[in-house]
Design a protein around this ligand. Structure first.
Ligand code: B1H
Length: 838
């Protein structure tokens, strides 16, 4: 703060009273007790674990705020180029343990809590997950924030502060089906956010737009509904640095509490209507992962969020007093899928209508600012918005979209004269009743770079999704950034015993290899060391016992931690093929049933775990859950076989549940139909914890195999180029399952015969396999069963297995989100690290 004149009071008095992060245990204790007394207003003698959590969280938050504030001041002065990550989902999970790790005060806090009579494990689990996301896409955003802060990069996240996150999943006792309940995560005050009631923007909807027709291309948009966006800032600490970045989440609020005129006239309902509709915008996260829903409220969310975020960026930019033409030199915006594509149109609107920038200059700014990540090739996930809906909700934006379309058409026509079919394929507008706006095409046209999230996926993006655009813009606009995960949460925090063993083995301080994950390769030179092998196995066993204990508490059933733990945890979706897994489990069960007791003794003991939510309207996915649950009830109760095979569906999958499951897995199943899973990120997390991979040649599985070597993974199934041909065969030359795959047919018939109950309810699910079989289970089943046998065989040789496990962890360097964020920072955003002084 040096040279500047101190505006008020005596500088020394100010600065001598300012504090740094508390690192002494005694200071931590004082701070916790202080919060119990004042913030919580609770009596210390009857404080429960939840109260202790709240006080510890508030004490930790004070430290975060100090660093966060310093970081914001630092970057405001420094004026570097900044990057913004726009994501409708941030699946953060719990914060306290991560904040303690990153601040470097975990041991002190543990000690302090212990002296106050609390165990840190019991305190940490009091925290509710912040579950503002569906799955991989949202968790990726959270990992990227962690890595950006850790690498001291000026990156902010922008999202929505949903009142309700992803729904809570219950399993009905009567029939094993999924029930949804709300997730009121803000019920207790949330210590991890700072309400910025002073950071507010007005966002308009509906109304009308009049073009000025003065040759400038400008228009005036007026009338309609105005809603306020209020900022809530979530502090994102870096690991081993003071740098603490910001995630800004917007909450919607009515501009006026209620309509006074109606209120005075006694029409109270009408008086609060507008206020209810404003508050509704950020009330709930849409839970339909991978499918567009076409609902007005969702489009309202998207515009509300992008408009507030851009207004905020523009204000920050203007405070720097740079010419508007330099906007793209100071701002990079990453679009996390097409959900924030309206930001492109909104920036055009701001530049043209409000900043008086000529269209072509505005377009140059826009096309230098945006970057677009595609996360899926599934057609049902590609967003399209009906033109009439856009016209109604955002009339000015529709004009701008049509202006973009017109100019783009001219440039395509110039390069490929008369190629009408090409124009139709590339158009941002899909013809039909109604016409629809193709958001992905708009995002591609307006972005500087477009990327997929793993090598194979990026290739499919180029070859299948946007081939015409590759031809038009050139190859260099399309590239790949393979996903990554943060090793802080996904190794050190969730698997502390393994982290310690790695530190001891590498003889490197933990903070060195946790920031440079390629250092894990150093494990390779110790693979043959029997001592390491033994400790490695012991850590896995310990994690399995932790999970076994957890499941025993939940189900009241004994879980054998000496059995192989086989895990598939992810959203329920046909393309992810949980159905293949459960049919494989049934196949194994039927085999066991037919064995003599003597034969059974030779079988590899196995416990299978599933977890995951199904979108509330996704009938087949919900049936799959119901089948898994009911199969588990039968199998676990069968005294002939239950020592050898048991099965659990763990309800309400979450980040926190993943943190218990992943370290305990011997093997994970990553078995999507080839060419459908863009990347997958849990595959990386399992491998990081030494869980081997049973999977298809898909997404990031391929790159994992490249790193660890094919003999350390279990691959099966048809390859991507075969899939279309197989689907064609299914449609035009169908062969009955009985003929094509008799083993599978027997399994399907067993389910049909109601040995798992259901009275025929599973037929629609079974028929997805018997007829059409879009996800090619009938083609992959035999190869899947053989791969599972290979896994069983490999597990018999424990020493070899442990070596595979060590080799797998050792080669995970590439899959750190630090590497991924470096790729984005260098190849895309062109931003630089800058450290906040100590
Ligand atoms: C992924 C989504 C997704 N891809 C639409 N696409 C959504 C699409 O609510 N929606 O409308 C929500 C989510 N999510 C996942 O992204 C991929 O399936 C994974 O393979 C990938 O690892 C992950 C992160 O890139």
């Amino acid at each position: 703060r040096g040279e500047e004149k101190w505006p008020r009071g005596d500088q020394k008095t100010w600065t001598s009273s300012m504090r740094n992060v508390f690192t002494e245990t005694s200071d931590v204790t004082k701070s916790i007790v202080n919060h119990v007394q004042t913030s919580l207003a609770r009596a210390p003698y009857n404080l429960d674990d939840f109260g202790a959590y709240q006080a510890a969280a508030l004490a930790t938050r004070d430290n975060l705020i100090v660093n966060w504030n310093e970081t914001q001041i630092h970057f405001t002065r420094k004026q570097p180029k900044r990057a913004y990550y726009l994501s409708l989902e941030f699946l953060m999970g719990r914060t306290l343990s991560n904040a303690l790790l990153n601040l470097g005060i975990q041991p002190q806090t543990e000690q302090s809590l212990s002296s106050l009579g609390f165990s840190i494990e019991d305190v940490l689990v009091q925290e509710r997950d912040a579950a503002l996301g569906n799955g991989g896409l949202g968790r990726l955003a959270a990992c990227y924030l962690d890595s950006s802060a850790t690498q001291e990069l000026p990156v902010w996240g922008y999202g929505l502060r949903y009142k309700y996150g992803i729904f809570m999943q219950l399993i009905k006792e009567e029939d094993g089906s999924q029930l949804e309940a709300p997730d009121p995560w803000l019920e207790h005050q949330n210590p991890w956010e700072l309400p910025r009631l002073d950071v507010v923007y007005e966002v308009r909807f509906y109304g009308s737009s009049e073009r000025l027709n003065d040759g400038s291309g400008r228009a005036v948009w007026s009338g309609g509904q105005e809603v306020l966006a209020v900022a809530y800032d979530v502090m994102i600490p870096g690991y081993g640095t003071r740098n603490t970045n910001n995630l800004r989440l917007w909450e919607s609020k009515p501009k006026r509490g209620f309509d006074l005129q109606s209120f005075n006239a006694g029409d109270y309902e009408h008086a609060v209507e507008a206020s209810n509709s404003a508050a509704a915008i950020t009330s709930v996260l849409y839970p339909n992962d991978h499918t567009t829903f076409g609902k007005e409220l969702r489009l309202k969310q998207q515009y509300f969020w992008t408009a507030a975020s851009l207004a905020d960026m523009m204000r920050r930019f203007k405070n720097m007093d740079k010419p508007i033409n330099e906007f793209a030199e100071y701002n990079a915006i990453q679009l996390n899928d097409t959900h924030p594509t309206l930001a492109i149109v909104e920036l055009m609107r701001m530049l043209v209508d409000e900043e008086d920038v000529p269209w072509s200059q505005a377009w140059t700014i826009v096309t230098n600012t945006f970057f677009f990540t595609n996360h899926t090739v599934l057609p049902e996930a590609l967003e399209k918005w009906p033109v009439p809906l856009m016209q109604h909700l955002l009339p000015r934006h529709l004009q701008i979209i049509f202006d973009i379309v017109r100019r783009f058409f001219l440039s395509v026509e110039k390069k490929f004269p008369g190629d009408v079919a090409r124009l139709a394929r590339m158009s941002l507008i899909e013809e039909g009743f109604p016409q629809q706006i193709r958001m992905a095409n708009l995002a591609v046209v307006a972005s500087r770079k477009v990327n997929g999230v793993a090598e194979l996926h990026s290739e499919l993006v180029r070859k299948n999704l946007f081939p015409d655009f590759v031809e038009f813009f050139g190859k260099s606009k399309f590239s790949n950034v393979t996903n990554g995960v943060t090793p802080r949460r996904w190794l050190d925090q969730c698997n502390p015993a393994l982290s310690q063993l790695i530190t001891d083995t590498l003889k490197l301080p933990r903070d060195v290899w946790l920031k440079d994950l390629y250092k894990l390769e150093g494990l390779l030179q110790h693979v043959d060391d029997p001592k390491l092998q033994k400790s490695w196995a012991a850590v896995k066993r310990q994690n399995k016992e932790r999970l076994a204990h957890f499941v025993e508490q939940m189900f009241g059933l004994k879980v054998d931690a000496s059995a192989m733990f086989d895990v598939q945890i992810k959203r329920l979706h046909e393309y992810k093929r949980q159905t293949l897994n459960i049919l494989g489990v049934i196949y194994r069960y039927l085999l066991l049933k037919n064995m003599t007791p003597e034969e059974r003794k030779k079988v590899n003991k196995k416990v299978v775990f599933f977890a995951g939510k199904a979108a509330p309207g996704y009938y087949v996915a919900k049936l799959t859950i119901r089948l898994i649950v009911n199969v588990s009830r039968v199998i676990n109760a069968d005294p002939d076989t239950n020592q050898y095979l048991s099965l659990f569906f763990l309800p309400d999958y979450s980040v926190s549940l993943a943190e218990v499951l992943i370290p305990a897995a011997d093997i994970s199943q990553q078995i999507s139909t080839a060419g459908t899973e863009a990347s997958g990120t849990s595959n990386m997390k399992f491998c990081l914890s030494g869980g081997l991979l049973l999977g298809t040649v898909d997404g990031a599985n391929i790159e994992i195999a490249e790193e660890v070597g094919e003999d350390n993974v279990f691959f099966f199934g048809h390859l991507t180029p075969d899939v279309d041909k197989l689907r064609y065969e299914h449609t035009y030359h169908p062969v009955p399952v009985e003929q094509k795959c008799p083993e599978l047919a027997k399994v399907l018939d067993a389910v049909s015969s109601n040995i798992f109950g259901g009275n025929g309810v599973y037929e629609p699910l079974l028929n997805t396999v018997r007829q059409g079989d879009y996800y090619i289970l009938t083609d992959d089943f035999d190869s899947y069963i053989r791969a599972v046998e290979m896994v069983d065989e490999a597990y018999q040789d424990q020493t070899e297995w442990i070596k595979k496990s060590i080799r797998t962890t050792a080669k995970m360097g590439k899959f750190s989100s630090d590497r991924a964020i470096q790729d984005y920072a260098q190849e895309y955003w062109n931003i630089e690290s800058s450290r906040v002084s100590e």
